[in-house]
Write a protein that binds this ligand. Structure first.
Ligand code: NAD
Length: 469
């Protein structure tokens, strides 16, 4: 089968990390970019994915990057016009971006990570363990004309920023607002305000099940266990909307920066919210901190940062696969000391799908979910070495890499700044069913029949109503 070539790349590409995402990205890069396997090098410790690298004829360097060695490891491998694709855990995103800039090296990652051990010991104040702080660090590296560094461009963060824009256009169409497609950040924010969007959830339900159940003392997930546990133990974070009138008792604002988000003084893995997806209707989900909660809220802010006229509340509402829910429950019982064994489901997935989208609420039609429903069968047929969960990420990585190669001098950019229609067009063939659906669900639906609850009945879209007490 001939695959569409999106770009011809003459430079070298180094992929740091070759876990569930790296292994799924490699076949997509070789399919859709004109690049020879000899131009690619994988840098990762241990023997992760050796057989897959061999299958595609790609060289591997066995190294774990650290603050002490990353310059020495990367210098012989990368120079002006080359590409550093960071798909690792435990490697500082900001350090790699700062390293790439003076050398003219292009860059993309799917998440902002600190160096290994940064959060260990629990000594660092909660504020410094937030994605807000890491985002400010990356954005401080913005320089006009610098080599392009696309930050946080996987599925979420990443693809979901493009879903939000498509969802806004769909709601405008369906509510009779004939607005032209916005051409600026402010234009998108005005459209969201005009539609009356108050809350945006990144609403995901992963229904993958493995061929054998989770065992006691084992953390099971469909993507990085280290990545999920890491972000789950960070404070919960959410973009804080201008319609909110009950500030959480455990909430904190930031002293500096965009002011688009707040954090809660508790781990996201212990913070649950009510949400909705077309996979299973209403659900309790984890409010895990994610870059998109901050970047989308910031992108859609109108007015002064400190006293905005408009901003929606934005956060992740994640129902991972059932074995991962059990794993989080066990992890909490262990006072957040991670289980001795970790397992990422991929080839041993028996059934299921990933239903990942954005749920825009508070407008004239109530709530609108827009996103991708991708089954394990569809994912396996579309691309080797992927599950549905990984493919939604890896195709967005491919699209971000292609965009960066085509626009090599844009400096540090977030997903919200990329053209949503072009990125979605490139990703769509790998996303299964991409669709939107309205629902009359609100966080107050079916509430209060069992016990009296402290809710705000005047405005269903208050964060207080979403939060599971
Ligand atoms: P994984 O745990 O399966 O693999 C991580 C890889 O990083 C492994 O190959 C590991 O050996 C390597 N690694 C660890 N320490 C390293 C070091 N010091 N130097 C170099 N390599 C190192 O993780 P994954 O599921 O492939 O996820 C990779 C990254 O992508 C994670 O940071 C994760 O949070 C992120 N991610 C983002 C999204 C998204 O949608 N934005 C989705 C899934 C994963």
């Amino acid at each position: 089968m001939a695959f569409e070539r999106l770009h011809r790349f003459a430079g070298r590409l180094v992929m740091v990390g070759f876990g569930s995402i790296g292994q799924g990205v490699l076949p997509l890069l070789l399919r859709h970019i004109e690049i020879a396997p000899a131009q690619i090098t994988i840098v990762t410790p241990g023997d992760d994915g050796h057989e897959i690298a061999r299958e595609y004829g790609v060289a591997m360097v066995d190294a774990a990057l650290t603050p002490a060695n990353y310059d020495a490891v990367l210098s012989p491998l990368l120079g002006a016009g080359d590409f550093l694709l960071n798909l690792s855990v435990d490697v500082s995103s900001a350090a790699l971006i700062a390293w790439c800039q003076p050398r003219g090296v292009l860059y993309l990652d799917t998440v902002s990570e600190p160096w290994a051990g940064t959060y260990d010991g629990g000594d660092l104040p909660a504020e410094q363990r937030t994605n807000y702080a890491m985002r400010e660090e990356s954005l401080a590296l913005r320089r006009a004309g610098a080599p392009t560094a696309v930050i946080t461009h996987g599925a979420n963060p990443g693809l979901v920023s493009h879903f939000v824009k498509q969802a806004l256009l769909d709601i405008a169409r369906d509510t009779g607002i004939h607005a032209p497609t916005p051409r600026s950040r402010e234009g998108w924010a005005r459209l969201a305000q005009q539609l009356g969007v108050r809350v945006i959830h990144i609403a995901e339900r992963d229904t993958h099940v493995g061929t054998r159940p989770k065992a006691v003392g084992e953390f099971v997930n469909t993507w990085s266990v280290d990545g999920f546990v890491g972000e789950g133990l960070q404070p919960a974070e959410l973009g804080w909307g201008t319609h909110e009138r009950h500030f959480p008792s455990d909430g904190e604002r930031h002293a500096s920066g965009s002011q688009a988000a707040i954090y809660l003084k508790r781990p996201g893995a212990s913070t649950r919210v009510r949400s909705w997806t077309p996979a299973a209707g209403p659900q309790h989900a984890f409010l895990i901190t994610h870059a998109e909660a901050i970047s989308i809220a910031d992108y859609l802010t109108l007015g002064d940062a400190a006293r905005p006229q408009y901003r929606p509340t934005v956060h992740y509402a994640y129902h991972p696969c059932d074995d991962a829910v059990l794993s989080v429950h066990e992890l909490a019982g262990r006072n957040w000391r991670v289980q001795p064994r970790k397992r990422i489901l991929k080839d041993d997935i028996a059934a299921g799908a990933d239903v990942l989208g954005v749920l825009l609420m508070g407008h004239a039609r109530g709530a609108y979910w827009y996103g991708s429903r991708l089954s394990i069968e569809q994912a396996r047929a579309a691309c080797p070495h992927n599950s549905a969960t990984s493919l939604q990420v890896t195709v967005a990585v491919l699209a971000g890499v292609v965009w960066a190669m085509q626009h090599p001098d844009r400096g540090v950019v977030e997903p919200d700044e990329l053209p949503h229609d072009e990125i979605l067009a490139w990703c769509r063939p790998y996303l299964g069913e991409v669709f939107g659906v309205y629902t009359d669900w609100t966080p107050l639906t079916d509430r209060g029949w069992l016990f009296d609850e402290d809710v705000d009945r005047d405005d269903p879209w208050q964060f207080k109503n979403f939060r599971v007490a």
